[in-house]
Write a protein of this length. Structure first.
Length: 94
């Protein structure tokens, strides 16, 4: 069953995030991942959520997401993201 990754970010270093984005998307593709949404001005219609950068990725299944996220090749990229932005992420399956 398809798995979606939803990530909301507050970006502090746009240059680093631009580098991260290109490299992370290329790596995610190796695990069947593809970007569906990147919105730097998401419109909140309810609640107190306040992302400044919202990303949705699609993977074939939850295990593919975990394989990507836990991959040794992703760890340096994750460090770049964590230095450049504050983020929240979750996996939904449907």
């Amino acid at each position: 069953m398809t798995a979606l990754v939803l990530i909301d970010l507050t970006v502090r270093d746009l240059q680093a995030m631009t580098h991260y984005e290109g490299a992370a998307i290329a790596l995610a593709a190796q695990f069947g991942g593809k970007p569906l949404v990147k919105d730097v001005q998401p419109e909140i219609i309810e609640g107190h959520w306040s992302p400044t950068w919202l990303v949705v990725l699609e993977f074939p299944n939850r295990q593919a997401v975990r394989d990507f996220y836990d991959a040794p090749e992703y760890q340096p990229l994750k460090a770049v993201r964590q230095a450049a932005a504050t983020s929240n992420g979750l996996i939904v399956v449907g």
